[in-house]
Design a protein around this ligand. Sequence first.
Ligand code: UD1
Ligand code: CA
Length: 493
Amino acid sequence: MNDVRPDAVIILAAGEGTRMKSTLPKVLHPIGGAPLLGHAMRAASGAGAGETVVVIRHQRERVAAFVEEFNAGVERPCKVADQDEVKGTGRAVECGLTELAEDLTGTVVVTMGDVPLLSAETISELTRVHTEAAAAVTVITSVLSDAKSYGRIVRDADGRVERIVEFKDATEAERGIREINSGIYAFDAAVLRRELANVTSDNTQGEKYLTDVLQLARATGGTVAAHVLSDLWQTEGVNDRVQLADLGKELNRRTCERHMRAGVTIVDPATTWIDVDVTIGADTTVLPGTQLVGATSIGAEATIGPDVTLTDCEVGDGAHVKRAEALLSVIGAGASVGPYSYLRPGTQVGAKGKIGGFVETKNTTIGPGAKVPHLTYAGDADIRAGANIGAGTIFANYDGVTKHRTVIGTHSFIGSNTVLVAPVEVADGAYVAAGSAITEAVGPGQLAVARGRQRNIDGWIAEQRSGTQTEAAAQAAAQPPSSDTHPSSEDTQ
Ligand code: UD1
Ligand code: CA
């Protein structure tokens, strides 16, 4: 299997990308949760590239910073090469080679930083075809109905690849050719280094064309092969934001398909957006309008959606999450969240715990089986196993200067419309009466009542609201029921 690994991959990413009309470098625009360049780097690493070099120039600091960031998470770090003021894809590869050993042998694959759907498998396949043919160069080509301004593949009478002609340099007859250069190639390392030195800028654009290496290699007796790819998306590049959206959508379609083939039900892939790093267990169902973002992982047999956005969240087996927004939160096995819940960073729901409608949480742990079912703000709280938080409870965590924590003990019960003024602790096995404002600790086994005691003032309506319908109703209610008046039919129904 070793021979299907390229010895090096050079990723071209020095171009300016003016059609993006963006201050962000083109290759850093994201789809599927990673920048375009990130996808190219993943493909290279997935194909087991011995070394990977990213050639940069435009906004070099920002692009180099991304390469650094990417390197933090991988075994074999990618290198960066700076392209000088000499223009062209040939010059870019020449600059890339300066980061590789001078005596490098074997296969060098060249790809592009703005071509995000090229897969690791295709790089491996290209390398295999190239190695088996003992070719000097193998170029990935496609046959298009509209060949646009791509470079054209010129074949000889025997159907062998003779050269590539750029659209701007092509004759009318050559422009009629429908087989195009994808811009992705496998080269014999020694041939590449030798022939790049012979490439000139003698063309319409005054650039050093990488494509010229093909005819130079052939002239010195090398074999030039083509690997025709029918999956056109894989070699499609991003030049503007319309293509960015098209490729993003296609990437998402492929991601959804991968999960469905692995046993996940996705009811509507068209309205489900899943980033490339998301993991989902088998027999989980994803309902329409769901976005699974970043490093989110979902267990097996869970139900997610409709209308859920989870960013960097962990969801356990069998959990149900509907109409919710959650960020950097953990939702335990069999737990239930939603509808209309907002989980901010640091929320942890234990197994079979519950966060219900119109509940906002932050930095809060909800123990196994504990419930926060309705209309609550829980910030900086530890709600222990089996506790129940009544409707409308507010964890007042902020005194205007500092945040403080609240603890609710095991199997304790907080009555509706309570405000818990932090820092405060309700022990295990305690109750808080509805409508309380709790400012002091509640001990085990106690009921805390912290509200004004009720007073009923006799005769107040007659004195203060005489002549109103309320008074009439009070009088009628005060009268003893009379035996000879029959209730009207309205009253009995
Ligand atoms: C190139 C090919 C063309 C092919 C097309 C496929 C050449 C001469 N032409 O054309 O045959 O059909 O790709 O998309 O190679 N880049 C650099 N440094 C440079 C110039 C470009 O790094 O000096 C990078 C760009 O960032 C980009 C890639 O190379 O990722 C392709 O450059 P681009 O200018 O788009 O090449 P094309 O003219 O489209
Ligand atoms: Ca291009």
